[in-house]
Design a binder for this molecule. Structure first.
Ligand code: GLA
Length: 379
């Protein structure tokens, strides 16, 4: 059971003895396909999921934000004037987001409330983007600001890049801001154009958490980013998004092996992502599944961001007869895989895949069907 409106309402009432003025929900995400393409100005195809960060709040007359985190059983308070990074844990995501909005010239006002979430931390389901967008939405509603999903996603990304210090692309914040119920979003990470894409009939999306968490993700991520930049420079373009497969093939022999394989992944993955959206529009689950499987192979062998646990999970999932395709999802090195399956076989798939993975790795996985939800909203 995921966290809901009644839960956050109860937490607020318990603490403040009355109902909140607003309730905000901002989702985590799972990416169907289009991995490590966002920072190459390419395409991604994520969905916002029914796991989210929730904030219930009421306005204050001063310029202070006071929040109680249910999950950490901890209260934190700060002033909107003279924000400073104090490396104080979860509250830095709120401060960073407030900083980004104010730095963009937006006038903010104070509020107080409670925060709770059920996006697992460090699993690659974007719990931090969910928290940033929930904060942005709370700040916006309290100060009566316009809500533009793409603008707010960029400010959330700015908070993550500059305040939290993680050099991520735009995917996580944009899907958390702009997600659409029952749809995935094809996002052009250059123009930030988003197109809702329906799922093939009678399919379900399954999140498969390997329950492994990896350190060193940041350094490997930054290394991949510089390798992509080097490849773009070699081709004389702004980003790898601008290189076609034909151009790549012509020039490939002149590239060193590592740069060649990194670029190969990004260029083919962009192509697969656009094809995947097309397949979904035609209701073609078989093609979508095949593209997901190819994406995994490319991430494993050429981009080298998978892990033994992720590979084991993808093998177990793919072996089930109801599975159209499976792949690692998110930055990699641990965390989650995603699978597209026949909806009528969901229970059997969840059971058998969990058992097979546990037997193979001795890890305790968390496997669940997820629903595609709206992006950050006042509920
Ligand atoms: C992380 C980043 C995203 C994206 C993915 C890989 O989730 O936050 O911006 O780069 O990795 O696709």
């Amino acid at each position: 059971m995921s966290l809901g409106k009644q839960d956050i309402l109860a937490h607020f009432s318990h603490r403040f003895g009355q109902a909140p003025r607003w309730i905000i929900r901002a989702p985590g995400r799972v990416n169907l396909i289009g991995e490590h393409t966002d920072y190459n100005d390419g395409f991604v195809l994520p969905l916002a999921i029914n796991r989210a960060a929730w904030i219930a709040l009421r306005p204050r007359d001063d310029r202070r934000i006071a929040v109680y985190s249910v999950d950490y059983d901890q209260a934190a308070e700060f002033s909107l004037d003279g924000l400073r990074d104090e490396k104080a844990g979860w509250v830095e995501y709120l401060k960073g987001t407030a900083w980004a909005l104010q730095d963009a010239g937006l006038h903010l006002t104070g509020w107080e409330g409670v925060l709770a979430g059920d996006v697992p931390l460090g699993a690659g389901l974007s719990s931090s983007a969910a928290l940033e967008l929930a904060t942005a939405r709370a700040l916006a509603v309290a100060a009566d600001l316009d809500w533009n999903p793409a603008t707010m996603a960029k400010l959330g990304q700015r908070a993550e890049n500059k305040w939290v210090g993680v050099n991520c692309g735009i995917m996580d914040q944009l899907i958390s801001a702009a997600g659409r119920a029952d749809h995935a979003l094809l996002i052009d990470c250059r123009t930030l154009d988003t197109q809702p894409v329906p799922f093939p009939p009678k399919t379900a999306v399954v999140v498969l958490d390997t329950s492994t968490r990896r350190g060193l993700v940041d350094s490997a991520y930054n290394e991949r980013r510089s390798q992509c930049e080097a490849a773009a420079k070699f081709f004389g373009v702004k980003a790898l998004r601008d290189v076609t497969i034909e151009q790549f093939q012509r020039a490939a022999p002149q590239l060193d092996d590592l740069t060649r394989r990194r670029a190969l992944h990004v260029i083919t993955e962009n192509d697969r992502t656009v094809q995947a959206a097309e397949a979904m529009r035609h209701g073609d689950a078989v093609l979508l599944g095949r593209l997901m499987a190819e994406s995994h192979r490319s991430l494993r062998d050429d981009y080298e961001v998978s892990s033994d646990a992720l590979n084991a999970m993808v093998e177990c999932a793919s072996a089930h007869p109801a599975c159209y395709g499976a792949r690692m999802t998110g930055a990699g090195f641990g965390g989650c895989a995603v699978a597209l399956i026949r909806a009528d076989a969901a229970d059997d798939f969840v059971q058998k895949t969990s058992d097979a993975y546990q037997k193979k790795t001795s890890n305790d996985p968390a496997v669940y069907v997820c629903q595609a939800t709206n992006g950050a909203e006042v509920v």
